[in-house]
Design a protein. Structure first.
Lengths: 314, 525
């Protein structure tokens, strides 16, 4: 097991190095000079050059890469061209919204998806299964911004249980949490629908295995056999999807962030792109890549916990 | 004690079992024999009430004069694992891969509320000791055990509560002969010592002859004959019993003729695999799957290669077919060196038939497409009309009709598919045919007909066979010479009859001793 974890850590480190090189190169080749963009069309060349020097854009590429990486390791992500504040500060503000939102949505979608998927698989081919499958199809098909707006209409405008948007900050934890409820529901629903379908198909495949028959021959009821033997065996594909969903929820929530006026990571990166704020784009992308690779690492560890056969592979 | 009375079973309205009746006595073994699809397993599942939901049963299965077929599901759960235990054919997949074996054995006790967690582990330990696994720790996982060990674990889970009836559905079919002999010994001991009744389901008459006190012969969902085993097997009153018996050690008629020049030769062939990782960059010593093997196959000869799973038969076969690179020695076929880079024309001269008549065809291709598949190996790919004519001829040669070429594989039975596989191998007019467990998945009567076909093809076309099998009876029936392989080496070889009659190497002796044999009853005419 220890060797397995070390192996995964090694692959984590290598992935980070490759990813940082790719990100740096891609950002380098994007057309458009941030200095020229910030100063407008009529700026004279001397001013642009001065600003370039000021932004640290005039060094050699290798030096800039090394500077970028060593800065990031020390928590210095550079200074945003447009906001003129440290990127670390910008990002950490946004993370305090994006991470709780992603975690909340993921918990919600998992809590919804597991029982639904299990129920559906246990009643395969019956009315309940068809009903659930139809429902999840709808859950996948409904665009989440529309669903978010619907939630606002019902629970904020009509019932007035929640606010329609905005974020009060974590100084008032309850209010902060409350403001994340509707957006996380809007985010979780389609994810839950996908996860429930994955859970169902993984379980159905597992239920047909020989060891399920052995379990029944031991005297386990259908339900006991499913919960004791099928569930853990069906977890591998489900864990894979959960890992992918977390990465998506972290940065892909931009539309929902806009619907609910939440200043999250998605919005930050979107603004960074439109304003050619390359330092922000570069750093946030790297941060997201780091998050995705970290989640992949955790999912790999979870695989090994779920399935002893994987522990020996490095 | 446990009686089955007029048991009938239908699934989706189709009759699977008809009026099946028999009785089992404690401390005795009852054998149920028949070919695949005869309803043996369905009978067992009906006893356990583990049939698919769409199944409809009638009749009675009585335990202490209570009809199990009327019991509510909850009461059946209390009986299963407690009064009725069952083990299955495939030990590799019958255990939950993510649970330790200790937990899986202990679960039988805990699910029935017989023991606490700690007690259950003690009993699990005792039961694993009883089935011959004293050295295996409770916290091992199934993938860390061999097939025979896994089957022992399955038996331990099934007998954890000393059930009154143990149902064993083809318990040794997936195992090697020596392992089979051990497992059968274990079952025999359990019946004697624990006094349980054993329902032994098998397709193998020799196993039944060896094990069962009573036997019932099943055909198409009915018991056609039953009685004390020696009586049923010696009298063979029903034609089906007789047919099974004859097919079980059927020997095709082969015309003896002088052997020609060597066609396929191997000298000192080594095939090594990289060893398992022992560190991030280190590997253990390489695994010598084939270790210094030499062989010669002459024109018109039929050469057998026997050995247990993992002995290197398949690895050697792949090397002889030029599919893998060898690490030492040389292989030559038809006068040319064999290697992965060998020309197609040489490949056309050596063709192969594999074991699985279901897995070795692309299900979306028609038979003409399947059989014509090796044509590109020939220097000149025949024109379309010629191809269809040749496919038709090949199908005729293996006992099928040319009109079959427009069908899909799923429209054929297992035996017919194996005929298609042979037709595909013959289409390039090869000189050498490699038969890798080619009849192992077939029922005895089908197997007998395929062996006849192979003997006939050899006579007509002068083919040379390399016949690889774990089944000694089959090898004895079809080969002139035999080689015995153990742990990558050939430990004994010689004329087949001589090796079988007077085995020289102790491994060969062990193999032959372990193989269940049909008693030599006088055949009623």
């Amino acid at each position: 097991m220890l060797r397995y974890i070390l192996g995964r850590l090694l692959s984590l480190g290598l992935s980070l190095i490759v990813a940082s090189l790719v990100i740096f190169t891609v950002i380098e080749v994007i057309p458009g000079d941030p200095a020229a963009f910030m100063l407008g069309l009529n700026a004279d060349e001397a001013t642009v050059a001065a600003l370039r020097a000021d932004l640290g854009l005039d060094g050699s590429k290798a030096a800039r890469y090394v500077g970028w990486i060593s800065g990031m390791v020390q928590g210095d992500f550079g200074t945003s061209y447009t906001y003129r504040v440290p990127v670390a500060e910008l990002v950490s503000d946004r993370l305090w919204i994006s991470i709780p939102l992603a975690v909340l949505s993921l918990i919600l979608s998992t809590v919804l998806a597991f029982p639904i998927g299990i129920l559906s698989a246990a009643n395969r081919g019956r009315g309940l299964d068809y009903g659930i499958m139809g429902g999840t199809q709808l859950g996948i098909a409904i665009p989440n911004f529309w669903f978010g707006m619907l939630l606002v209409l019902v629970f904020a405008v009509t019932l007035q249980w929640f606010s329609a948007g905005g974020f009060p900050g974590w100084n008032t934890p309850l209010a902060a949490l409350k403001s994340l409820v509707l957006p996380s529901i809007a985010l979780a629903l389609p994810q839950a629908a996908i996860l429930a379908r994955v859970m169902r198909s993984a379980l159905i495949e597992t239920l047909a295995q020989d060891y399920m028959r052995t379990a029944r021959a031991k005297g386990l009821s259908r339900r006991q056999a499913l919960l004791r033997h099928a569930l853990r065996n069906a977890l591998i594909p489900v864990l894979t999807i959960i890992g992918l969903q977390f990465s998506f929820l972290l940065a892909g929530a931009i539309i929902i962030e806009n619907v609910f006026f939440l200043p999250g990571l998605g919005r930050l990166i979107f603004q960074g792109i439109t304003q050619r704020d390359l330092v922000v784009v570069e750093s946030v992308t790297m941060l997201l890549v780091f998050a995705v690779i970290l989640v992949t690492f955790l999912v790999d560890i979870a695989y090994a916990i779920a399935d002893p056969r994987l522990r020996r592979r490095a | 004690m446990i009686a089955v009375e007029n048991l009938s079973l239908a699934i989706h309205g189709e009759a699977i079992l008809r009026d099946v009746s028999f009785a089992m006595v404690p401390g005795r073994t009852f054998g149920l024999v028949g070919e695949s699809g005869s309803g043996k397993s369905m009978t067992a599942l009906a006893l356990m009430r583990l049939l698919p939901e769409s199944a409809r049963t009638s009749g009675a299965v009585t335990l202490d004069s209570i009809n199990l077929l009327d019991k509510p599901e909850a009461e059946m759960c209390a009986l299963r694992g407690n009064q009725l235990g069952m083990i299955f054919q495939e030990p590799m997949t019958a255990l939950n891969p993510v649970q330790t074996i200790g937990n899986q054995v202990a679960e039988t006790l805990r699910i029935h509320g017989i023991a606490t967690h700690a007690d259950a582990r003690d009993v699990a330990r005792a039961r694993l000791d009883r089935v011959g696994l004293p050295q295996i720790a409770l916290d091992r996982y199934p993938h860390e055990l061999s097939g025979g060990q896994r089957q022992r674990v399955c038996i331990a889970t099934a007998i954890a509560l000393r059930p009154r009836l143990l149902i064993a559905d083809e318990p040794t079919t997936a195992l090697d002969v020596t392992t089979q002999a051990q497992i059968l010994d274990l079952l025999r001991g359990l019946v004697e010592e624990e006094g349980m009744a054993l329902l032994l389901i098998t397709h193998d008459l020799a196993v039944v002859a060896d094990m069962a006190d009573h036997v019932a012969v099943m055909q198409a969902g009915e018991i056609v004959e039953q009685g004390p085993t020696p009586q049923v097997l010696s009298e063979q009153r029903h034609p089906y019993t007789r047919a099974l018996f004859e097919a079980s050690d059927h020997r095709p008629t082969r015309t003896p003729r002088p052997l020609g020049a060597p066609l396929l030769t191997a000298s000192d062939v080594d095939r090594h695999y990289p060893g398992p990782r022992t560190g991030l960059l280190r590997r253990g010593a390489p695994v010598k799957a084939v270790d210094g093997v030499s062989l010669t196959l002459k024109t018109g000869e039929s050469l057998g290669l026997v050995g247990e799973s993992g002995c290197g038969k398949s690895t050697l076969t792949r090397a002889l077919l030029g599919l893998d690179k060898v690490q030492g020695g040389e292989i030559a076929a038809l006068g040319n060196p064999v290697s992965p880079a060998m020309p197609n024309a040489l490949r056309a001269g050596i063709q192969v038939v594999f074991q699985d008549p279901y897995g070795s065809f692309n299900p979306r291709w028609r038979v003409d497409h399947l059989v014509a598949d090796p044509f590109p190996l020939l220097d000149e790919n025949p024109p379309r009309e010629d191809r269809r004519r040749k496919v038709g001829e090949a199908l005729l040669a293996v006992g099928l009709q040319p009109s079959d070429m427009d069908k899909y594989p799923h429209e054929f039975s297992g035996g017919q598919r194996q005929r298609i596989a042979i037709a595909r191998a013959l289409i390039t007019n090869p000189k050498i045919l490699v038969l890798d467990e080619a009849v192992s998945a077939l029922d005895v009567r089908v197997r007998a007909r395929i062996l006849d076909l192979l003997a006939d093809l050899q006579d007509r076309m002068g083919l040379s066979y390399l016949f690889i099998s774990h089944d000694l009876t089959v090898v004895r029936a079809i080969t002139d010479r035999v080689m015995v392989m153990q742990a990558g080496r050939i430990v004994e070889q010689g004329p087949t009859e001589q090796v079988f009659a007077a085995p020289g190497h102790e491994y060969t002796q062990a193999l032959l001793a372990a193989a269940p044999r049909l008693p030599g009853y006088a055949r009623p005419s």
